[in-house]
Design a protein around this ligand. Structure first.
Ligand code: ADP
Ligand code: MG
Length: 445
């Protein structure tokens, strides 16, 4: 049997392929494995505030990584120093999961703390309208966009806003993983009581928010349950809010009935922020941390970290952390260059389509002209499909933009290519190996 230390080491290996260097250094590596308790790996966060951020931003990734390492451990918990002794002596009282969902909203995720720019202003306006009049217009509200761009923040902002106006509102925010778990629990024992609890939990609400709905892929029975939940709530004019990494049309694994319902209301996207928005976000975050950071430093970070807002925030945290560690002021770009050495040198954040295309061409030994061209022999479609898949996977670019790059192909063709590779990754060894090799080559750059 693996001990906590060994398990955590293996989980970190899995996570390091998923998360950025910044995320690993700032959030994951400082966690200390304490023990395995029941089916949970217990991790200690040395900094008290770290727990909330980790649970919010990384819990799903950590849980998935734990499940990747095959043991009976399927979950984890982050504890703080005061809870440590109880765990080490095995004297832990089982904590009841909070029944009320009131405090699930992060007080920092408000509309006021949300920086508006061209990349998110429509989603912001739609969310505000929904928060002011839940269930009245825009039902459902469907927000989509790549990771770390503010979808969860916006959902929490809606929740915080509604509670501030109406503290007795029944708002249920759950991740899709939670919805799936609740559904599985409700049918596990074929028990009427559990069935009823599931129905009550999801029907007896004024607002239901489901975050990251793309994770419902392949869960047919859960989709069916969601379909009925949706219909009931919609019928009674209860507000439904969904988030996803892609447009409903691109959720091709979904039952058509659900897909069309997701588009009943208002669908809006959040895209990667432009440089001005990135600077404004950094200013806001530095201010919130009561940290005076000169503007040339903020500009430098914003110029160099252009993937998403979570990475941007992570980079700022790392600079602040590093400056405190070495006991220096953040007074010039030099300290940023030192603190963010890995990110800036490896340049993983500055990956472009061209870099990926170049690697794919050399890996399969095909020319770029053929790769983006019209030829349809299998010698060329295989690399082309893989390339499209990698671009989507690594850069989270909109499919339309990828289509344009590939000689103006429409986005249905791009979805087809991507899904084909996704399927081959499940059952074809060569595709798996090619994908792994290419991804390693690209990320190392
Ligand atoms: P997603 O759910 O899209 O993956 P999150 O909502 O978790 O992304 O956002 C990641 C981080 O970036 C959070 O800390 C969030 O507060 C921050 N963030 C995202 N968008 C904005 C914004 N427009 N203004 C300020 N902070 C933002
Ligand atoms: Mg999210």
């Amino acid at each position: 049997m693996k001990d906590a230390k060994q398990l955590w080491k293996e989980v970190q290996d899995v996570l390091s392929k998923e998360l950025s260097v910044v995320a690993m250094e700032v959030w994951i590596q400082p966690l200390e494995p304490v023990c395995i308790y029941g089916n949970k790996l217990i991790l200690l966060a040395v900094l008290k505030n770290a727990k909330a951020s980790i649970m919010r931003n990384y819990s799903e990734k950590i849980r998935n990584a734990i499940n990747d390492v095959n043991t009976f451990v399927t979950d984890f918990d982050v504890i703080t120093e005061d809870e440590r002794q109880a765990y080490e002596s095995g004297n832990v009282e089982k904590k009841e999961e909070p029944k009320e969902n009131k405090c699930v909203f992060d007080p920092c995720f408000t509309f006021d703390n949300f920086v508006i720019g061209g990349s998110n202003q429509i989603a912001y306006a739609a969310a505000k309208a929904v928060a002011q009049n839940p269930g009245q217009q825009h039902n459902p509200l469907f927000i989509y966009g790549g990771v770390g761009l503010g979808k969860t923040h916006i959902m929490h902002a809606i929740g915080n806003h509604i509670y501030s106006k109406n503290p007795s509102a029944k708002i249920l925010y759950v991740t899709t993983a939670q919805f799936i778990n609740d559904f599985i629990d409700s049918i596990r024992n074929n028990n009427d009581n559990e069935n009823r609890m599931f129905r009550e939990k999801y029907r007896d609400v004024d607002v239901l928010m489901l975050d990251d709905i793309q994770f419902i892929a392949g869960k047919e029975a859960t989709q069916e349950a969601l379909f009925h939940t949706f219909n009931d709530l919609y019928h009674f004019k209860k507000q439904i809010i969904l988030s996803s990494d892609r447009h409903p049309k691109e959720l091709t694994f979904l039952d058509e009935r659900l897909r069309s319902r997701f588009s009943y209301g208002l669908t809006c996207d959040i895209t990667a922020p432009d440089i001005e928005t990135r600077i404004a976000i950094l200013e806001r975050k530095a201010y919130a941390k009561k940290c005076a950071v000169p503007s040339d430093v903020l500009n430098f970070i914003a110029e160099n970290i252009n993937t998403n807002i979570r990475e941007l925030e992570g980079a700022l945290n790392k600079v602040i952390f590093y400056a405190a560690l070495v006991g220096r002021e953040i007074d010039s770009v030099d300290i940023v260059k030192e603190a963010l050495k890995d990110e800036i040198e490896s340049g993983s954040h500055a990956l472009t389509i061209d870099t990926i295309v170049e690697k794919v061409c050399s890996y399969y030994n095909v020319s770029k002209k053929d790769l983006v061209g019209k030829k349809r022999t299998s010698a060329i479609t295989e690399p082309r499909f893989m390339c499209i898949y990698l671009i989507n996977d690594i850069l989270s670019l909109p499919l339309v933009a990828i289509g344009e790059y590939f000689g103006g192909r429409d986005h249905a063709t791009i979805i087809h290519a991507r899904d084909k590779v996704a399927m081959a990754l499940e059952n074809d060894m060569k595709t798996k190996i090619d994908f792994k090799n290419l991804k390693n080559m690209i990320m190392r750059k």
